[in-house]
Design a protein around this ligand. Structure first.
Ligand code: HEC
Length: 176
């Protein structure tokens, strides 16, 4: 078609391919987007993203909460925290306390004897602040509060396992 009005010509050109390409791709994209987020809900969507972010913020806030006996005992039952505590232990503590906590340069952490107390907060304090003069480093600064809690929780699960080949007891039996 080709029309002329008042000497002004209207051409009926084909739409350029690049233009059609963008048109069809956006239509296909929007259908996919709609399906992905709103129908199948494979992607998290706005509400999902919001929930994930809130959970992350809550987790960070609890990571900053001061440790307590109750919190450490709860972490000692949390598989994710124990897994992270175990990794921290293997990477930072096993060299002195043995891979199973059986002791070598540092004391046995699997027996019932403790120099600085075997309660959750007593262990947490030694790990966080160290006994620097006796060769036990302070870890809170290097590892951060969250990992110190995780490794303390992990130690609570090693306690009383009496790993084979353990170092002789040091300190006092833990008071029940
Ligand atoms: C460089 C060696 C070394 C490293 C690394 C080390 N420790 Fe120790 N640790 C010691 C020594 C030595 C002691 C004994 C301190 C004392 O005599 O008071 C000790 C004591 C402890 C105690 C107190 C035990 C008790 O009987 O009261 C705990 C708990 C402990 N370490 C946990 C850890 C954790 C957790 C890590 C890793 C994050 C770690 N240590 C890394 C050397 C080390």
């Amino acid at each position: 078609m080709h029309s002329v009005y008042d000497g002004i010509e209207e051409h009926d050109n084909h739409l350029p391919n690049w233009w059609l390409f963008i048109l069809w791709t956006s239509i296909i994209f929007s259908a996919g987007y709609w399906f992905w987020y709103h129908i199948a809900e494979v992607g998290p969507g706005q509400l999902g993203e919001y929930a994930a972010e809130s959970a992350e913020v809550a987790k960070r806030a609890s990571g900053n909460a001061p440790a307590s006996d109750g919190m450490l005992l709860a972490l000692a039952k949390d598989p994710a925290s124990l897994e992270s505590g175990k990794q921290v232990f293997q990477a930072n503590c096993a060299a002195c306390h043995g891979v199973q906590g059986q002791g070598s340069i540092g004391p046995n952490l699997t027996d019932a004897y403790w120099m600085h107390g075997g309660g959750p907060m007593a262990i947490h304090k030694v790990v966080a602040d160290g006994v620097v003069a006796k060769g036990m480093p302070a870890w809170e600064r290097t590892l951060g509060a969250e990992r110190v809690k995780a490794v303390t929780a992990y130690l609570l699960t090693l306690k009383g396992t009496n790993a084979p080949g353990g170092k002789e007891p040091q300190g006092e039996p833990e008071q029940p």
